[in-house]
Design a protein. Structure first.
Length: 740
C-alpha cells in the first residue's frame, strides 16, 4: 500500500515538474517580471491616443482577437489588485457608467482563489502573469489524476493532460480568464463524483461541495450554468450505463451543489442581483436564429488550419462560426483516438461505460448549444467541457489500443491515410496556385463588409496582412499545420500495421506531435510583450495626463460620441487612470446616466437639469467643467462638492450646506447596498431613473461618507453556518464509518 501511494506521489510530482517546465518555456520572461501576458501592442496599433507606448509601432498587432484583455481585463485587474493590497474589497467601480458593481461583473474574475493567492504575495506584474501559469498547471494536474483513475498509462496520461492544459478551448479564450479559472476544477470534481459512487454519503460529498464552491468563486452567472449541465450529463451517463447508481449520483450532485452554493453565496447573490438590475436583454431576433454550419466547422478541429486562424481570415465567419475549428482543437491525434475509442467502448458498462456515455452527451450538448439559439445564452465558451470529454475519450482509446484492441481495421486505416494525404496535398497546391487569381475577389468582399465589429478598429494594413498570410497559414506551408498533418499521418500509418514495435513507435510519435501542435498554437496565440510597454501604458501619455488634470476632483468625462480609435479612454481604460466616465464597457450595465435620455417617464427634475456629465470630448478637446455629482432638491441646481477620499467601496465628500433643503440628489448610479455613515438608519431610495436622494447633515459644509457592500450581506453568515454544519456532518459520518 505504501509503495502504491509512493508511486502515485512520484507520478504527480513528475507531472507538476513537466507542466511547470513547459509553462516556463511557453511564458518565459513573463514569469520573472520581464514581460506582460497581455496584448499591449494593440494600444499603439489601434488607438491614436496610445501611440506614445510605441511611436514606431505599425497597424498590424500580433493578435487582435483578444483586444478585450487590453481594454477591459488588464485595467480592471490593476484597480482590483490595488484595492485588495490596500485592505479593502473592490465591490464597486466608481469610474464607469457613473458607478457600477465591480466584482459582480460578468467577466471580472476578481474572486478567483488562484488569482487572489497571486495578488496576496506578488507584485502586480508577476501576479497577473503567474495567475495564468498556475491555473494551467492545476488544470493539467486535475486531468492527469482523472486519466490515472481510469488506469491509463502514466506517460500517455501526462501527454493527454498537458494537451488539455494548453487546449484550444482555453487558448482561444485567453483574454477571458474566468473560463479556465472555473473549468480548472471540473476534472477534480468528476474524479470525486466517480469515487463517491463507490461509497455512501460522506467525505466525497463534502469535497465535491468545496470544489463546486471554487467553481462558483472563480466564474460568473454564465459559467455557473455549465455546472448543472455537467451534472445532468453525469446523471444521464449513470442512467444509460449504471442505473443502480443513479440515486447515489443524484444525492452526490445535489448535496455538493447545495454546499457549493452556500459557500459561494457572496458571489452568487452579488452576481444574480446585478443581472436582475442590469439593462441587458436578449434580442428576440437572435432567438429565432439557427446555424447549421457550426457543427461541420467544429469538426474541422482535426485539422483546423483549413478554415484559417487568428493570423489570417477565418472562413468560419462566413457561416457565423468564427473560430469554431479551434475551440475543440487538441491536435488531430487525440481527436481521432477519442472518436475511435468512444466508438469501441460504446457498449461498456460500469463507471467506464458511464464516463463514456457522459462524454458523448457533453459533446452532443455542445453541438446543440452552438447550432441553436442557446448559443446566445451559453456561448461556445463552454468548449472546455467537451474538451475535457474529448481528452478522456482519447485516453480511453489509447488504453484500448495498448490492450491490443483494434480501433480501426487496417484496410480502412489505409484508405483514410490515402484520402487524408491526397486531400491536404491537393488543397495546398490548389490554394498556392489559385490564390493569386481569387485574391481580388476576396479583397472586394472584405472591403464591402467594412471594419469588423462596431468599433472601427480593423485597419487597412491589418486586412491586407490577413489576406496576404492566407496561403501560408492554411496550407502545409505553415510549419504548425505540417506537424499536425504529420501527427495524423503517423496515427493512420500505425493503424494500418499490426501490433509491433514499429506500431508502438508510430503511435507515440503521433501522440507527441499532436500534443506539440496544441502547445505550439497556444504559444503562438498567447500575448507576451515587454514590460516597458506596460510601464508606459500605466504612466499615460500627454492626452491622458492632461485630461486627468482637467477632471481633478472627480468630474465625469463623456467620450460616447467619439469613435473608439480616437478616444482618450476607450472601452474600460478609464479605471486604470482613475478617471470617472459616464459610459464604459461591460457585459452587464446598470441603469445609469448614459442611457438616461433614452428612458421614458422622466421627472421634471431630470428633464430640466443637465447633470449627465461634467466634460465632453470632441476631437480630443475638453469642454466646460461644471461639477454636478450632487444636486439640490427640488431645484436641481448643482451643489459645490469636494471629494475627500474615494475607493472601490466608499466615497467621502464635503458638500456645501443649504438652509432651504435637507436632502440632496447623488447623481452617481443608484444601487442597493449604499449607506451613509452620518445617517446609518437611513435607507436610500431610487430618485427618478437612476439617482438616489440623501439627507444632508445640519453642520456647515458637512462631510458625508458613503459606504457600499452588497445588500445581501446579512444573509452570508447564515449560509456559511449551514454549509459548515453540512460539511462537519459529512466528515463526521465518514469518521464514524471508518472507526466501526
Amino acid at each position: 500500500m505504501k509503495h502504491a501511494l509512493s508511486l502515485k506521489f512520484r507520478e504527480v510530482v513528475l507531472f507538476v515538474l513537466v507542466s511547470l517546465a513547459l509553462s516556463v518555456g511557453v511564458y518565459r520572461e513573463a514569469l520573472w517580471g520581464g514581460a506582460m501576458l497581455a496584448p499591449l501592442d494593440l494600444g499603439p496599433a489601434f488607438f491614436q491616443n496610445y501611440k506614445f507606448m510605441d511611436p514606431e509601432a505599425g497597424q498590424v498587432p500580433e493578435n487582435h482577437y483578444i483586444i478585450d484583455q487590453l481594454t477591459y481585463d488588464l485595467p480592471l485587474q490593476k484597480i482590483i489588485y490595488d484595492s485588495y493590497r490596500a485592505g479593502e474589497i473592490p465591490w464597486w467601480d466608481p469610474y464607469t457608467y457613473g458607478g457600477r458593481p465591480l466584482l459582480a461583473d460578468a467577466h471580472i474574475n476578481g474572486t478567483d482563489p488562484v488569482r487572489l493567492s497571486c495578488y496576496a504575495f506578488l507584485p502586480f506584474e508577476w501576479a497577473y502573469n503567474w495567475n495564468y501559469a498556475l491555473r494551467g498547471i492545476i488544470t493539467g494536474l486535475g486531468m492527469f489524476l482523472l486519466l490515472r483513475y481510469f488506469k491509463i498509462d502514466p506517460l500517455a496520461s501526462i501527454i493527454f493532460a498537458l494537451t488539455y492544459q494548453f487546449g484550444g478551448w482555453f487558448t482561444m479564450f485567453f483574454g477571458h480568464p474566468w473560463i479556465q479559472a472555473s473549468f480548472m476544477y471540473y476534472p477534480f470534481l468528476w474524479l470525486v463524483w466517480l469515487k463517491g459512487m463507490q461509497s455512501g454519503i460522506g467525505r466525497h460529498d463534502a469535497v465535491a461541495g468545496i470544489l463546486c464552491s471554487l467553481i462558483f468563486w472563480s466564474g460568473n452567472l454564465q459559467s455557473h450554468t455549465y455546472l448543472p449541465l455537467f451534472a445532468a450529463c453525469f446523471l444521464a451517463g449513470l442512467v444509460f450505463k449504471n442505473r443502480q447508481l443513479w440515486w447515489r449520483g443524484l444525492q452526490m450532485t445535489a448535496i455538493s451543489g447545495i454546499i457549493g452554493a452556500l459557500l459561494a453565496i457572496p458571489v452568487l447573490a452579488n452576481q444574480l442581483e446585478f443581472f436582475l438590475l442590469s439593462t441587458r436583454s436578449i434580442e428576440s431576433s437572435s432567438l429565432r436564429w439557427l446555424n447549421p454550419y457550426s457543427i461541420p466547422t467544429s469538426l474541422c478541429s482535426i485539422h483546423p488550419w483549413i478554415l484559417g486562424s487568428f493570423k489570417t481570415l477565418d472562413a468560419g465567419k462566413m457561416f457565423g462560426s468564427g473560430g469554431n475549428a479551434f475551440f475543440l482543437f487538441c491536435g488531430g491525434t487525440i481527436t481521432v483516438l477519442a472518436i475511435l475509442g468512444g466508438w469501441a467502448l460504446r457498449r461498456s458498462k460500469g463507471l467506464i461505460g458511464s464516463a463514456v456515455a457522459q462524454s458523448f452527451l457533453i459533446v452532443v450538448l455542445y453541438f446543440v448549444v452552438i447550432s441553436t439559439p442557446l448559443t446566445t445564452i451559453l456561448y461556445p465558451r463552454m468548449a472546455g467541457m467537451p474538451g475535457m470529454a474529448i481528452i478522456l475519450l482519447g485516453g480511453l482509446g489509447w488504453k484500448q489500443w495498448a490492450s491490443s484492441a483494434e480501433l480501426l481495421p487496417r484496410h480502412i486505416a489505409r484508405w483514410c491515410l490515402a484520402i487524408f494525404c491526397a486531400g491536404l496535398v491537393f488543397s495546398t497546391i490548389a490554394v498556392v496556385v489559385g490564390f493569386p487569381h481569387i485574391r481580388p475577389k476576396i479583397e472586394a468582399k472584405i472591403s464591402a463588409i467594412g471594419p469588423e465589429g462596431t468599433s472601427g478598429l480593423a485597419t487597412t494594413a491589418l486586412r491586407d496582412t490577413q489576406i496576404t498570410r492566407l496561403p501560408t497559414e492554411i496550407t502545409l506551408l505553415n510549419p504548425e499545420a505540417l506537424v499536425g498533418f504529420t501527427a495524423v499521418l503517423l496515427l493512420l500509418a500505425a493503424f494500418s500495421l499490426s501490433h509491433s514495435k514499429h506500431q508502438k513507435k508510430l503511435m507515440f510519435g503521433a501522440l507527441m506531435l499532436g500534443a506539440l501542435t496544441s502547445i505550439s498554437f497556444h504559444h503562438r496565440f498567447r500575448p507576451k510583450h515587454d514590460i516597458a510597454l506596460w510601464n508606459r501604458l500605466a504612466e499615460g501619455g500627454v492626452a491622458q495626463n492632461e485630461t486627468i488634470k482637467a477632471l481633478r476632483g472627480g468630474l465625469r468625462f463623456n467620450e460616447a460620441a467619439t469613435p473608439s480609435a480616437k478616444q482618450i479612454f476607450p472601452f474600460a481604460m478609464a479605471p486604470l487612470y482613475r478617471v470617472h466616465m459616464v459610459h464604459g464597457y461591460s457585459a452587464l450595465q446598470p441603469k445609469s446616466i448614459i442611457n438616461l435620455r433614452e428612458s421614458k417617464n422622466l421627472t421634471g427634475f431630470e428633464t430640466t437639469s443637465d447633470f449627465s456629465f461634467d466634460s465632453t470630448a470632441t476631437q480630443n478637446q475638453s469642454g466646460n467643467l461644471n461639477p454636478n455629482r450632487f444636486c439640490a432638491l427640488p431645484s436641481g441646481d448643482s451643489i459645490s462638492s469636494t471629494i475627500l477620499a474615494e475607493s472601490l467601496n466608499s466615497l467621502s465628500v464635503r458638500v456645501a450646506s443649504s438652509s432651504e433643503n435637507n436632502k440632496i440628489v447623488r447623481t452617481d448610479t443608484f444601487y442597493p447596498g449604499w449607506s451613509l455613515l452620518e445617517a446609518p438608519d437611513f435607507i436610500p431610495e431610487r430618485f427618478g431613473y437612476c439617482f438616489s436622494s440623501w439627507p444632508v447633515p445640519s453642520t456647515s459644509n458637512p462631510a458625508m461618507t458613503f459606504s457600499y457592500r452588497p445588500s445581501t450581506y446579512s444573509l452570508w453568515p447564515w449560509c456559511f453556518a449551514l454549509a459548515a454544519f453540512l460539511l462537519i456532518a459529512l466528515f463526521w459520518k465518514e469518521f464514524k464509518k471508518s472507526h466501526r
